[in-house]
Design a protein around this ligand. Sequence first.
Ligand code: MG
Ligand code: MG
Length: 250
Amino acid sequence: MIFVKNPEQLEKMKLAGRITGEALAIAGEAVREGITTAELDRKIRAHIEKCGARPSFLGYGGFPASACISINDEVIHGIPSSERYLKEGDIVKIDVGAYIGGFHGDSANTFPVGRVSDEAMRLIEVTKESFRRGVEKALIGGRIGDIGSAVDSYVTSFGFSAVREYVGHGVGHALHEDPSVPNFGKAGHGVKLCRGMTIAIEPMINAGSAKIINLADGWTVKTADGKLSAHYEHTVAITEDGPILLTEVK
Ligand code: MG
Ligand code: MG
């Protein structure tokens, strides 16, 4: 069932979104060679709790940390660890959620650690641009398939591929609500978009094949071919004034 938000609820989602975006920005600024993923996770949790919110991911399905932090060929759901040190040349995906006032925000970004390869930088930039192309289609009267089609056609033109098994989603009272928002699909098909829908648009883009594998830790998702993967996500409200990025902080 899709929960459409009224203006009052959207205001609450803006607060959850802002705290989420701030926590992600703080972590992004802290990304450097030698820091552990556990330390990034601590900074995220500290900011969210300072704001009177709670980390959406902590305890979600038993997840043991406040953020998902995934390096290089890890796609999503990496578990922060005091033994994982970032190295120059890595790309690190940080995915954050904050819950306050009955609503969640959900946002992710991919950060380079120092100097990274040209291909890594291109993957990061193409993933972010694919998000932008998808969000342009998040319009009243449009269809979910318009978003996925825009993302997929853009990334495949670079020889990259969108992950199939994991997709964007509605977000609000629950971290994951209907509808699913795949990063592929047919324009003009799928659920109709309407005013007050709030969705996480989140391209997960692999440099090589779309195939993924799930690690034995029960969480981490990796590319099957060992090539890099990038992730970019915002919580987006569909409004009469067009899409609003609730987790964007400027
Ligand atoms: Mg997320
Ligand atoms: Mg999400």
